[in-house]
Each structure stands twice: as C-alpha cells, then as structure tokens.
Design a protein around this ligand. Structure first.
Ligand code: MG
Length: 207
C-alpha cells in the first residue's frame, strides 16, 4: 500500500473515515480504468483521499451528495454537528465545509461536487466509471438506490468500494452489508482486499 500524498492534515477534515480505510481508497484510485464517483461526500474526507490519487494520475472524481445530512446527522441524532447547520434554512448544509476542504487541499480542478440526490442523478448519468465508492445513506432504500443507480456504469476492471459493511448486526446497520453481499453473489465481481468496514470488489469482464 502506498502512503497517501495529501496536501492537508486529514484530521482537520470532519468525517468518519478511518485513515487506514482512506489509504485503501487512495491506493485503489491510483489504478482504475476511468473516472471515479463517490456517493456521500459529507465534508470531503474520502474525497480528499480519492481526489489526491486522481490528481496524481490525471483522473477526476465526481463527488455526489445532497448535503442535507443522513438520518444520523439530523438535530438530536448521534452525529449531529451544530457547525454544519444552516440557520436560515433550518437544515444541515455540508457543502460549504466540503468546498473549503477541497480548496485548501488543492483539489478544485480534480474533484467535482454534484449537489443531488443519488436516485435523481442516476436517471441522467451516462459516464462509464473506473471506481465507485458507496458511502451514502444507510437506510435500505438509500443503499439500494446507490447500488442500482450506478454499479451498471462500472467498466470492466473497475473497482466497487462500499463503506460501513458490518457482517455482525450488533456492530452496525445492515443495508451496506446487504448490497455488498448482493454484489459478491452476483457473479459480476471478484473480491479484493480491504480494511476496516470497507469492502472492495473488481468488476469482471474484458475491456
Ligand atoms: Mg461511511
């Protein structure tokens, strides 16, 4: 595994991605056959790992998020952050924080934020992908929308990454595990090594 070459201290970026998982994302993003896309930018921690690898190879990353926070980011929930609250709208807004982090990481020409709900965007998406990172909402519907909306665009040899996969239901929610199990059983992918709650698969097929 290569040591990620990041322009800023990743600990200063709000987020839930473990550094070992980030290094794994970075490593996979260095060797993909097309553009990268992530579902769930939040404040850009994974965007910085993936985007820094893309910058190094001349690739690009589309970073998709509605920026209104997942279930667990809402007021009164476990991961609510008052710094990410837009008082005028009375809603979470993580986009300014993402833009700040991308700017200071020197990634504005490499990472393209798209403010959209994944299911709405998927209807209009046409670009083949070299890497897809699913790290969006953890509800059953959100996870399936992310999986069904974008995995079909993965090029042969492309990498599918899924975050927050907990085989033991006591440890965390089921939907990421369910879509990972589905992908694994589909015959369309081969498993690859990953760390923590990250899972990696390679799309089979010839280029
Ligand atoms: Mg996650």
């Amino acid at each position: 595994m290569s040591l990620p070459d990041l322009a800023i201290d990743i600990a200063t970026v709000k987020g839930f991605l473990d550094p070992a998982e980030g290094a794994c994302l970075y490593d996979y993003a260095l060797t993909v056959p097309g553009p990268c896309l992530e579902l769930g930018s939040y404040c850009g921690r994974s965007s910085i790992y993936l985007g820094s690898a893309c910058k190094r190879t001349g690739n690009v990353l589309f970073s998709i998020d509605h920026h209104r926070g997942s279930e667990e980011h809402q007021p009164g929930e476990q991961y609510h952050d008052p710094d990410l609250w837009d008082a005028r709208l009375g809603q979470v807004d993580t986009l300014p924080e993402l833009r700040w982090n991308l700017a200071r990481a020197g990634l504005e020409e490499t990472v393209f934020p798209v403010v959209a709900r994944s299911a709405r965007l998927a209807k209009h998406w046409r670009t083949p992908l070299g890497l897809l990172f699913i790290d969006g909402g953890h509800s059953e519907q959100a996870a399936w929308n992310d999986y069904r909306g974008f995995t079909g665009y993965l090029l042969p040899g492309g990498i599918l990454l899924i975050h927050d996969v907990f085989p033991d239901p006591q440890q965390g929610g089921r939907p990421p595990f369910v879509i990972w199990s589905h992908a694994t059983a589909s015959g369309l992918f081969e498993p690859l090594p990953a760390v923590g709650t990250l899972r990696a698969l390679r799309r089979l097929g010839s280029t």
